[in-house]
Design a protein around this ligand. Structure first.
Ligand code: PGA
Length: 256
């Protein structure tokens, strides 16, 4: 990590129920406490719980985000949630391009780019997820795949827009598997992404964008991962549902 402000997201995926979501929010806010002065923390609850979680977060200094958003700003799009609706419920962030959506729902790069533009149009911060599958890694294509995903997601965006975004490198083989990338694996992808930002925009922008790692991050490995120079925090799935684990990960991001 450098002098970039660390960033930790808690991606709750499709877990929980309303009462448990509110309780988890309150407990996480209490456990993180003053650490929020030194780390940006965002919770991504399931959509139906967004408003209740936002309410429970009030005053805690923790951000609220949607796990996805529509590429459309409004209209006849059954089942979709617009970025403006997320904002209306108190959200300020949208997770975009998570591999579970890319793979389970077949979301292509162009759709992810459209969602990123829509989030920005509604003044949401996009957290854009990229990452290779095990097959792509074994074929020696990991960095090319990630580069293609980053280029596609950011296509046509201004440097001011990219400056508000966060990139999450999440190798698919590490998500929910208990297999974590080594700090060196993470660093090589993160430094490639940062160089690419420098090439597409400029060195100052590249130096300022937070690039976070996701994939089986837990309290026991967070400090080591966050010590890599281009790893600016994490996107946390399973461990974000455990209060003490998640709070320790946030504190590890502060100390890195
Ligand atoms: P995991 O998920 O921490 O459970 O591996 C990370 C993610 O999908 O964002």
């Amino acid at each position: 990590m450098s002098n970039r402000r660390p960033y930790v997201g808690g991606n709750w995926k499709m877990h929980g129920e309303l009462a448990a979501a509110v309780e988890l929010t309150e407990d996480v806010a209490a456990a993180i406490g003053d650490a929020v002065q030194a780390v940006d923390v965002t919770l991504f609850p399931p959509f139906p719980y967004l408003q209740a979680v936002g309410h429970a977060l009030r005053q805690a200094g923790i951000g609220l985000g949607g796990q996805d958003c529509s590429p459309h700003l409004e209209g006849a799009h059954t089942g979709q949630t617009s970025p403006a609706m997320i904002a209306d419920l108190g959200g300020s962030v949208a997770l975009i391009g998570h591999s579970e959506r890319r793979n389970e729902l077949g979301e292509p790069d162009a759709l992810i780019a459209a969602k990123t533009r829509a989030a920005l149009a509604a003044s949401l911060q996009p957290v854009v997820c990229v990452g290779e599958t095990m097959g792509e890694r074994e074929a020696g294509n990991a960095l090319q795949v990630v580069e293609r995903q980053v280029r596609a997601a950011l296509e046509g965006l201004t440097s001011d827009q990219v400056g508000t975004a966060v990139v999450a490198y999440e190798p698919v083989w590490a998500i929910g598997t208990g297999i974590t990338a080594t700090p060196d694996d993470a660093q090589s992808a993160h430094s490639m992404i940062r160089s690419l930002l420098g090439e597409l925009y400029d060195a100052e922008l590249a130096d300022s964008v937070r690039i976070i790692y996701g994939g089986s991050v837990k309290a026991a490995n967070a400090a080591e991962l966050f010590s890599a120079p281009d790893v600016d925090g994490g996107l946390i799935g399973g461990a974000s549902l455990k209060v003490d684990e998640f709070a320790s990960i946030c504190r590890a991001a502060v100390s890195a």
